[in-house]
Design a protein around this ligand. Structure first.
Ligand code: NI
Length: 390
C-alpha cells in the first residue's frame, strides 16, 4: 500500500485547491469562503456535508461498503494568520496582513484529496468523519465544535490529526507516544503598592521593586520546582509600571506565558507562581494578584493509536520513514481537545528543510506541495486500515 496511484494522479488538482486557499486566506472563525469551498468540493464528490459547527466548521461523512456502525474522525484546520506575506509567488495572499503561514491550506487540500478518493472507492466498513475546523491558531475552534456536540452527533471511536513539519525530511513522519505539543497558558500579575515621591521611598510601598524581585523569583520555578527531566517554560513577556522620573508609581503589571507537557506539572507551576506572587509582594509591603487564562492543553497521543499511525505511515511512505518520539514541540495545538475526548494520534509530516526565514509562522513560509499526495494517501490508508473490510 504505497502512495495511492489515484491520489498521485490528483496531485495537480490538489495543488490548485491549495493555491486557491493560499491566495484567499481567512482568520479564525471568519473562514466563510474557505468553508464554502470545502463544502462545495465535498458535495461534488458525493459526500454528505454538515455545516455550522463553530460557525465556519465543515463536517463530511463518508460511509463505507459494509454495515458496521464504527466511525473514525480525521481533522484538518482551515484558518490563516495575521501576517503580511513577503513571498512573490503566483498564489501569494490577496489579502494584505492575512496569510497561510502554517500550512493549513495544505492540510485542508490533503483532507479534500483523501475525501475524494475515499468517496470514490469506499473500501472500508463504517464511516469516516472529515472534520474541517476553524480557528486553530488561537480561539480553539476545535474545542468549540466539541462543546457544540460534534462527537455526540458523530460518535467517532478515534480521532486523527496531522501537521506539516519543516525540519523533518519530506517522506518522513514524526510520531509521539504521549505528548507531541505543549500546553500553553498565560498569566497577568498586578502588583498594588503605595505611590509617592521618588525622594522619599521609605514612605511608599514600591511596586517596581516587588516586580523586580518577582521577575527574579519566577526564574526559579522551572529550575528549582520542576524535575529537570521534565520540560516546562515560564517566560515573562511584558512588564509595565510608572510614568515619570520623580514619582514612585502605585502599581506594576507583569504578563507571561507558561508551557508544559504534563498537566500535573502545569498545576504545580500555577500554584508556585500564585504563592510566589503573593509572598514576594508581601515582603515588599505590596499586594498582588495573579490571573490565569488557561490555553490549549498538551496534545497527547494514545500510545496504541500512535503505533497504528506509525504502521500506516510506514506502509504508505516505506519502512524507515517513521521517526518515533522526536523531541516534542513547545508550541500548542487545538487538536489537543479532540485527543482528550477520544483516543487517536497527531503526526508530523516532514516538510523538508526550508530556510530559517521561511519556516512556520514566517512571512516567507509556503506549504510544500510535494506533501499533498503523501498526506492524502496517509489519510486514505489510515481509514482503510482502521475500518478494514472483513
Ligand atoms: Ni498550524
Amino acid at each position: 500500500m504505497p502512495i495511492y496511484n489515484a491520489i498521485m494522479q490528483a496531485s495537480a488538482e490538489m495543488r490548485e485547491w491549495r493555491h486557491y486557499l493560499h491566495a484567499h486566506p481567512e482568520l479564525g472563525f471568519e473562514e466563510h469562503n474557505t468553508a464554502r469551498f470545502v463544502a462545495e468540493k465535498l458535495k461534488e464528490f458525493g459526500i454528505e456535508v454538515h455545516q455550522g459547527f463553530a460557525g465556519t466548521g465543515v463536517v463530511g461523512v463518508i460511509r463505507g461498503k459494509g454495515n458496521s456502525k464504527r466511525m473514525i474522525g480525521l481533522r484538518a484546520d482551515m484558518d490563516a494568520l495575521p501576517i503580511l506575506e513577503a513571498s512573490t509567488h503566483n498564489h501569494k495572499s490577496k489579502k494584505d496582513g492575512v496569510m497561510h503561514a502554517c500550512g493549513h491550506d495544505g492540510h485542508t487540500a490533503m483532507l479534500l484529496g483523501a475525501a475524494r478518493y475515499l468517496a470514490e472507492t469506499r473500501n472500508f466498513d463504517g464511516a469516516v468523519v472529515l472534520i474541517f475546523q476553524p480557528a486553530e491558531e488561537g480561539g480553539g475552534g476545535g474545542k468549540v465544535m466539541l462543546d457544540e456536540g460534534l462527537f455526540d452527533k458523530f460518535p467517532v471511536e478515534s480521532v486523527w490529526g496531522m501537521h506539516n513539519w519543516p525540519g523533518l525530511d519530506v517522506g518522513r513522519v514524526g510520531i509521539h507516544h504521549g505528548a507531541a505539543m505543549a500546553a500553553a497558558d498565560v498569566f497577568d500579575i498586578r502588583i498594588e503598592g503605595r505611590g509617592g515621591h521618588a525622594a522619599m521611598p521609605h514612605e511608599t510601598a514600591d511596586p517596581i521593586i516587588a516586580a523586580g524581585a518577582l521577575i527574579q523569583g519566577l526564574q526559579s520555578v522551572v529550575s528549582r520546582r520542576v524535575n529537570p527531566l521534565d520540560a516546562a517554560v515560564v517566560s515573562i513577556t511584558q512588564c509595565h509600571s510608572g510614568f515619570t522620573h520623580n514619582v514612585i508609581p502605585s502599581a506594576a503589571t507583569l504578563q507571561g506565558s507558561v508551557r508544559y507537557f504534563n498537566t500535573e506539572i502545569g498545576k504545580e507551576i500555577h500554584q508556585t507562581i500564585a504563592e510566589m506572587t503573593d509572598e514576594v509582594a508581601k515582603a515588599h509591603r505590596c499586594k498582588a494578584e495573579c490571573k490565569w487564562e488557561i490555553g490549549y492543553p498538551p496534545t497527547t497521543n494514545d500510545s496504541e493509536a500512535a503505533n497504528r499511525a506509525a504502521n500506516t505511515a510506514a506502509e504508505v511512505l516505506g519502512a524507515g520513514s517513521v521517526k518515533m518520539n522526536p523531541p516534542p514541540s513547545m508550541a500548542a495545538e487545538d487538536f489537543a481537545y479532540m485527543l482528550k475526548a477520544r483516543p487517536g494520534a497527531y503526526i508530523w509530516l516532514g516538510a523538508g528543510h526550508p530556510q530559517a526565514n521561511a519556516t512556520l509562522h514566517n512571512p516567507n513560509y509556503d506549504f510544500n506541495d510535494e506533501l499533498l499526495p503523501l498526506g492524502a494517501s496517509y489519510w486514505a490508508a489510515l481509514t482503510e486500515r482502521e475500518l478494514a473490510l472483513e
